[in-house]
Design a protein around this ligand. Structure first.
Ligand code: NAP
Length: 398
């Protein structure tokens, strides 16, 4: 596809009320002539959704939760903005003719809408990593079949994308994903066993949504990113390394066969990778703080600790196992993280539930999306049962 760098680009933002979504709204609103907005979607935060819809003068606003429809309709009455509700309406929003779609829903709920955008050959800015983890091979086939463009938004994958030689992939010897190490990088297992929701979401360098913040604390986020990188760049699992880099300045690296290592650097501000995808193939200005290496002074690196953070091992094992294993990993993780956020289980129960679910269920091949949905549903049911069993013995202590 030939893309004219400075031409106006119509935009749809799936998950506009979230952390990535609001930062996308911020960038788009700085140049409304160039980035007219077709549709915005949210789960149930209709107050913010309606405010964004008015500000950006969008054509359509959609809320996934049908119970929030009446309120959204009331908030947008008299504006001429179309309003709809339900998960099918979210996917229908992605089908509308926007040139560029930001996939920033959290979790596997983003599967159908992201797929809808891919199937009409859109440029898809891709933040919603769980979608690639749960259906990676099938999603990449759809991208190819429909001539869609997938631009990673995760800062690590955006970094790799910017320095990856797509013309000569055989010259790439290794991908190195950097990780901040999260809020518990220097904590022991006893601390983690008693960790609260507040401690787990207090990320040291990035300001993100609750689920990905907990994933960073368990380091499951890096495991999901490893699987994401495998599907995005076609590099086998054993050639993808993880490097803990607490300052989050180097966003990831690509090592080539001649020993050269190329990296992308910047301050930890998601508006930079979002802007890379929004302007692509041109670059657009952002208000992100400039990187001052003198001020940063020291950049440090360490190997991830597999004993304190077993989630990385689980994700690697799931990718090696193949078939539905990554789908099960991600679905069980979603259920367990939500239970932790709801204070129904402890922090270390998350990895335990994921491991037990992965062990309990068969890793069947994923021939089609129906098989993905089945593996996802089975894993959610199994993990929910494990949450309930813990909840029955430990209520009240969190
Ligand atoms: N935050 C970051 O800096 C960052 C960085 C890299 C990658 N990512 C990835 O980007 C994705 C979004 O992360 P986030 O931190 O922006 O999450 P977030 O702040 O929790 O926002 C999630 C968005 O998805 C909507 N949503 C939630 N459940 C939904 C459902 N069932 N159906 C439709 N919409 C739903 C939410 O709507 P409501 O507001 O109405 O709940 C919200 O707009 C995740 O996959 C994450 O791993 C995030």
């Amino acid at each position: 596809m030939v893309v004219k760098a400075d031409a106006p680009r119509s935009v749809t933002i799936l998950g506009s009320t979230g952390s990535v979504g609001t930062q996308t709204v911020d960038l788009v609103s700085r140049d409304p002539e160039r980035f007219p907005v077709e549709a915005l979607t949210a789960n149930r935060n209709v107050t913010l959704l309606a405010q964004q819809a008015r500000q950006l003068n969008v054509r359509m606003a959609v809320v996934a939760d049908p119970a929030a429809y009446a309120e959204l309709k009331r908030l947008l009455s008299g504006t001429g903005i179309e309003v709809a509700a339900g998960s099918e309406a979210v996917a229908a929003a992605a089908e509308r003719p926007a040139d560029w779609v930001m996939a920033a829903i959290v979790g596997a709920a983003g599967l159908e809408p992201t797929l809808a955008a891919i199937r009409r050959g859109a440029i898809v800015a891709f933040a919603n990593k769980e979608v690639l983890v749960c259906a990676g091979a099938l999603m990449m086939e759809e991208v190819k079949a429909h001539g869609a463009t997938l631009l990673p938004v995760d800062s690590e994958h955006s970094a790799i994308y910017q320095v990856f030689d797509f013309e000569r992939t055989e010259s790439v010897s290794r991908l190195i994903l950097t990780a901040s190490g999260g809020p518990f990088r220097a904590k022991d297992r006893a601390f983690m066993a008693a960790a609260t929701r507040e401690q787990a979401v207090a990320h040291p360098t990035w300001d993100m949504g609750a689920k990905i913040s907990v994933d960073s604390a368990t380091m499951m986020n890096k495991g999901l990113e490893l699987i994401e990188a495998h599907f995005l760049f076609g590099i086998p699992e054993e050639r993808i390394d993880v490097l803990v880099h607490p300052q989050s300045v180097i966003h990831s690296l690509v090592e080539y066969v001649d020993g050269s290592v190329l990296a992308q650097l910047g301050t930890p501000d998601m508006r930079t990778p979002i802007a890379y995808a929004l302007g692509w193939p041109a670059r657009i200005a952002t208000p992100a703080e400039r990187l001052d290496l003198v001020k940063a002074a020291t950049l440090t690196f360490e190997a991830p600790d597999p004993v304190r953070f077993p989630a990385l091992r689980l994700a690697r094992a799931a990718l090696q196992s193949g078939g539905g294993a990554p789908t099960i990993l991600s679905a069980a993780n979603e259920v367990a993280v939500q239970a932790f956020l709801d204070r129904r289980i402890g922090f270390l129960d998350i990895e335990r539930i994921v491991e037990e679910t992965l062990t309990a269920l068969p890793h069947r091949p994923l021939r089609d999306l129906a098989a993905v949905r089945e593996a996802d549903a089975d894993a959610r049911r199994d993990a929910a049962g494990r949450v309930a069993a813990i909840g029955a013995t430990a209520v009240g202590s969190r």
